[in-house]
Ligand binder design. Structure first.
Ligand code: SF4
Length: 255
């Protein structure tokens, strides 16, 4: 019986995936048509077989702390954010508690995270907005989330997906790179890639699609030196720069 190599990292059951940096768009050269429907289905069938319910690494305890964590994660690592937020969220897990802590207190709590001054200002401002306009709850629409200080489309999509179970696709730098390499969707902007992915990914895979793609991009299809020899979709990939070898597809056939 075929055995699929697990290539995505284990994740702690309390944590969730998230884009860890603001998307920098790598240069992509348009070289091949996007994968056809059968290949796309095969890609996600293999991801699902390898990891049924992908989870990531950003710590949070509710929708509000998820929103805060994603805002804090811009241009920072999940590990670095978690180091600051684990003790923070033990005491501060609501907009009111955040306002009670205050901007100075928050700055102190997150001072190990890059851009902490700006992020502290935004988190305090968004907490105030949540209390003033949304009864202290995190809203469940893209428009409302994007209207909050420090919240862009990617952050909003992560929150909608993880907190509200909406099949959104948050395009971070890893997903952007992978989508253009395979290619699943061409695009010079995250929005173009998001639109392309929305059209091509079968409905049954959409809820977890961005988690699978982000994790694969982050740990296997790395920017400088993709680990093609460990890639379970190597035989489907048309990236001209992929490393020679048959990848995990061979392991599938030989198992
Ligand atoms: S074969 Fe290499 S370039 Fe293609 S998706 Fe896999 S890791 Fe990325």
């Amino acid at each position: 019986m075929a055995r699929i190599l697990l290539q995505l990292p284990d994740a702690c059951g309390q944590c969730f995936p998230m884009p860890e940096r603001q998307t920098r768009q790598p240069r992509v050269a348009k070289a091949a048509p996007v994968l056809d429907a059968a290949a796309v289905r095969e890609v996600f069938t293999r991801f699902r077989a390898a990891m049924q319910a992908p989870k990531g690494e950003l710590y949070h305890v509710n929708a509000f702390t998820l929103l805060v964590a994603v805002v804090l994660s811009a241009q920072a690592t999940d590990k670095g954010v978690n180091k600051a937020t684990m003790p923070l969220f033990a005491k501060v897990d609501s907009p009111q508690a955040m306002l009670d802590l205050g901007e100075e207190g928050l700055r102190e709590a997150i001072r190990t995270i890059g851009l902490f001054r700006t992020k502290a200002k935004n988190v305090i401002a968004l907490s105030a907005r949540l209390l003033a306009d949304y009864g202290g709850q995190v809203p469940s629409t893209l428009e409302a989330l994007e209207s909050l200080p420090g919240v862009g489309r990617k952050t909003a999509n992560v929150v909608l997906n993880m907190a509200f179970g909406q099949a959104t696709i948050a395009v971070d730098t890893h997903l952007f790179r992978l989508a253009n390499r395979l290619p699943l969707a061409w695009g010079s902007t995250p929005l173009a890639v998001e639109r392309g992915l929305e059209q091509i990914i079968p409905a049954e895979f959409k809820l977890h699609a961005h988690h699978w793609l982000i994790l694969h991009g982050r740990y296997i299809c790395k920017a400088r030196k993709p680990l093609c020899g460990r890639c379970l979709i190597a035989d489907l990939c048309r990236f001209p720069g992929k490393e020679p070898g048959e990848g995990a597809a061979a392991a599938l056939q030989n198992a």
